[in-house]
Design a protein around this ligand. Structure first.
Ligand code: S3P
Length: 164
């Protein structure tokens, strides 16, 4: 069984996912890194060259491939689980966890980040607007809603206990 962590940019999917995987003895897959390694391009370069639509298609292929894996914890890209086609391929094979974190914490972590194309040039209000729009999708996709954003080690302890 796989565990997929979803949630907005900056919620800590990678940090929590890595720690949780270690505790469970699972491998950890960072979806964006997986995409970057398979395409030999950064996410920002993919957005630049193919646009967001092109990135979403590549992301969907990654979801299909990841769904075939066994015993992995996955840190999904922040937009991945807001698309029905990705939820469909992951849902059967994975437990989906929405990592819910206070929006002020999210903003403080991602504001001004040049590596995240959807944040570049955006005001705080615009980022919050995107978060608010996505919230119901994360909630709908999730098997489990997990409140995080505190201490990553403690969060990983709590999250891995759910799956032990
Ligand atoms: C995105 C989030 C990013 C990355 C891409 C698009 C999004 O992942 O997949 O920039 O749509 O929220 P992180 O959530 O890991 O930053």
């Amino acid at each position: 069984m796989n565990i997929v962590l979803c949630g907005f940019m900056g919620c800590g999917k990678t940090t929590l996912g890595r720690l949780t995987a270690k505790k469970l003895g699972y491998d950890f897959i960072d979806m964006d890194k997986y995409i970057e390694e398979s395409r030999k391009m950064t996410v920002a370069e993919i957005f630049e060259k193919y646009g967001e639509g092109g990135f979403r298609d590549i992301e969907h292929s990654a979801c299909r491939e990841i769904a075939m894996m066994k015993n992995v914890v996955v840190g999904a890209g922040g937009g991945a689980l807001t698309f029905e086609r990705n939820i469909e391929v992951l849902k059967d094979k994975c437990k989906i966890v929405f990592l819910r974190v206070d929006e002020k914490i999210l903003l403080s972590r991602i504001r001004g980040d040049r590596k995240r194309p959807l944040v570049v040039g955006k005001s705080d209000d615009e980022i919050i607007e995107l978060y608010t729009k996505r919230l119901p999708f994360y909630e709908k996709a999730a098997d489990i809603i997990f409140d995080g954003g505190d201490n990553a080690e403690k969060d990983a302890e709590r999250l891995s206990a759910i799956f032990s």
